[in-house]
Design a protein. Structure first.
Length: 283
């Protein structure tokens, strides 16, 4: 599995960039691609043992080409290079790439049944560079089965179930192993149209990671957990070329750190809520 995350990321990126080169339209699938450039202000974000504030830039992209469904983003940390950011002088970026391969398309078979619309092989690739002075960052791949399910009111939503392979996790004991599982759901629901091109949406996701064996050292037994929960609930106003949004994010034991423990004279803060404000340009 060595360097598997990079090989998969490069493969899927090349496929995505080549959509226009070899795409053939199919009646049942709408081929598409899109990208947004966001400026985010996050207050009381969680990730690691302590809460933090930061302003960051995010390049978000996605699309569909016949059998291949893609969503992803790259976050550039402390985008304003501000000494007021809790991430000032920290690691530089975070990458999340979420490719899915349609099982229906590959087998030329319709697996839809009731609310179930389509089945996928699903992957989620995470990468973050090491913090200064460390030699380990974050390299994780989730892999499993995905689906599009028609959920009442929310409409078509992505529902995926994964197992995790952890290559790097900032030096934690679960590195280079399969460790735990993830249940995931995401949705995009337009809820009010002001004009043809301007509308209000409710969008977000829930990730529940569980079944991890992150308690192999005395330190981990005191400070780490076997599960983690995060959920983003966002309301965004979309225009033809611009969007503005607000999101409330809820956490419980974020990134498998216990809440309210004394760590190096400071109380860990991994459970609670964060506020996200963003403005974006649509390409």
């Amino acid at each position: 599995m060595k360097k598997l995350t990079f090989k998969l990321a490069i493969l899927f990126f090349v496929l995505f960039c080549g959509i226009n080169t070899f795409a053939n339209d199919i009646n049942s699938i709408t081929n598409s691609q899109w990208a947004n450039l966001h400026l985010y202000k996050g207050e009381n974000q969680r990730g690691g043992p302590f809460a933090f504030d930061d302003t960051y830039v995010e390049f978000e992209f996605g699309g569909r080409y016949e059998w291949f469904d893609l969503y992803g983003y790259i976050d550039f940390i402390d985008a304003l290079n501000s000494s007021n950011s809790d991430k000032h002088g920290d690691n530089n970026f975070f990458v999340d790439i979420e490719p899915r391969i349609s099982i229906d398309y590959l087998l030329n078979k319709d697996f839809s049944y009731g609310a179930l619309k389509e089945l996928f092989f699903a992957f989620d690739i995470y990468y973050a560079d090491p913090t200064p002075g460390d030699d380990k960052g974050l390299k994780i791949i989730w892999m499993g089965l995905g689906s599009d399910i028609d959920i009442p009111w929310l409409g078509k939503s992505g529902v995926n179930f994964y197992t995790r392979f952890v290559e790097e996790n900032y030096g934690a004991s679960n590195e280079n192993s399969f460790d735990g599982y993830v249940a995931h759901i995401n949705w995009f629901k337009p809820i009010y149209h002001f004009t043809q091109n301007r509308f209000l949406s409710f969008q977000g996701y829930i990730d529940y990671e569980f079944g991890s064996d992150l308690d192999n050292t005395n330190f981990e037994k005191q400070y780490r957990t076997s599960d983690s929960l995060q959920s983003y609930l966002g309301f965004w106003i979309h225009d033809k070329k611009w969007l503005v949004g607000y999101g409330l994010k809820a956490y419980k034991n974020m990134t498998q750190w216990k809440d309210a423990e004394n760590l190096n004279g400071k109380e860990t803060d991994t459970t609670g809520f964060a506020n996200y404000f963003n403005v974006a340009y649509k390409f």
